[in-house]
Design a binder for this molecule. Structure first.
Ligand code: GLY
Length: 385
């Protein structure tokens, strides 16, 4: 089936889901205007605005979500909340030692979106300044971007960083300096080589040498363990590689996006299109991660736009199947819950310190990527990344 036929067949569902998103988010955009939400407690958004929490890696998703909805609707309630979130986030610059590679997740989708949609020069400055901090994390001898602060983690790269490097592609174009793009591509090439396995599954954390190219060892990270495939890590690869393809036109990134996407699709099919937390974990106990599905759906829709006609159906239908399954199983459209997409997990089973298993939870980026995917299906070509 063609791309357009699949969209037409699902049009009613896409439109009604968009309407539900707009209804719910226009309400919470006002209710949570002075918050930077991460999850909800008893149905209410929490807020990560005080102390070092202000530099938390997910803090750009609320502002970014508001810009996505503003772009789609032009409603002031979204713009005002997005602009407020960006100002609150200036507090993170008081915690410069806490700042990590997730500046793309934080500022590019918030300040970058503001600059793209309104031309706000102050937003451009925030995006550019934080892109420069991302550049500073590059290890020249090892050819990777270091994920986190901390001496013990100085050699660590994580697959998630593929979603931060679009900020470097943007900065490269914005100031006409190829170095930003070259660093982004060096990192993407490293991720292809060291994070993606032959079968299309993905390693979350790779520990590299500090003074030469090469892998010291790999870590299971937020997945089940060493050698496993954390599904959100796989989703960062699917969306991240297609974004590198979009920004560079290099075929190898499209090929790798397809390879990781096929691995994800063939695995998620086995559980009725609802992603488990780790594709290589033992079959029981089974736990799910809605955020992995939402991120991957965005990546699959972009892949479908860039492959030959006879391949589009495979990627787009998988995205729609996943989104429809998640909407029916996990979306809460009620007024008593501020979040939308339930059943996210922070890491394999959200394991508590005592070893017991934590509960699934809504997480702000679940709502962000779910909304982004629906807006893409609705026809938006605004690429916030
Ligand atoms: N970037 C960390 C995570 O996906 O949980």
């Amino acid at each position: 089936m063609s791309y357009q036929n699949i969209i037409d067949q699902n049009r009613e569902w896409i439109d009604s889901t968009f309407n539900k998103l707009d209804e719910k988010l226009s309400r919470t955009s006002v209710k949570s205007r002075d918050k930077i939400p991460y999850t909800t407690k008893n149905g209410e958004h929490d807020s990560r605005t005080t102390g070092p929490d202000i530099a938390w890696w997910t803090n750009g998703f609320w502002g970014g979500l508001m810009w996505l909805m503003y772009e789609a609707t032009k409603k002031d309630c979204y713009r005002i909340t997005a602009e407020n979130a960006e100002k609150i986030m200036d507090g993170a610059f008081n915690y410069i030692d806490e700042i990590h590679h997730d500046v793309g997740f934080t500022w590019h989708i918030m300040s970058g979106a503001s600059y793209a949609l309104t031309g706000n020069r102050k937003s451009r400055d925030r995006d550019l300044f934080t892109a420069m901090t991302l550049m500073s994390r590059y290890n020249i001898d090892g050819e990777y971007i270091v994920a986190w602060p901390g001496k013990d983690k100085r050699g660590w790269s994580i697959i998630d960083c593929l979603m931060n490097i679009p900020q470097l592609y943007w900065a490269s174009r914005e100031i006409g300096d190829d170095r930003f793009k070259k660093v982004a591509m060096k990192h993407a090439d490293m991720a292809m080589r060291d994070h993606v396995r032959e079968d299309g599954s993905v390693v979350h954390i790779v520990e590299h040498y500090l003074d030469k190219v090469g892998v010291v060892k790999t870590h299971g990270g937020q997945g089940y363990g060493e050698g496993s495939c954390w599904s959100r890590g796989a989703s960062w690869a699917v969306y991240g590689f297609i974004l590198s393809y979009i920004h560079t036109g290099e075929q190898r990134y499209l090929d790798t996006a397809k390879k990781t996407a096929k691995y994800f699709i063939e695995n998620v099919k086995k559980t009725d299109w609802l992603p488990v937390i780790d594709f290589k974990a033992p079959p029981t106990p089974v736990g799910f991660d809605s955020t992995a599905g939402a991120v991957t759906a965005c990546g699959l829709i972009e892949i479908a736009k860039h492959v030959d006609d006879d391949e589009k159906d495979y990627y787009l239908s998988a995205a729609v199947n996943m989104l429809r399954a998640m909407e029916s199983a996990w979306c809460d459209w009620s007024e008593t819950e501020d979040s939308i997409l339930q059943n996210g997990t922070e890491r394999y089973w959200n394991e508590r310190k005592d070893g017991s298993l934590g509960d699934p939870m809504p997480i702000i980026y679940g709502d962000f990527f779910f909304a982004e995917a629906i807006l893409k299906l609705r026809g938006s070509d605004f690429l916030i990344w």
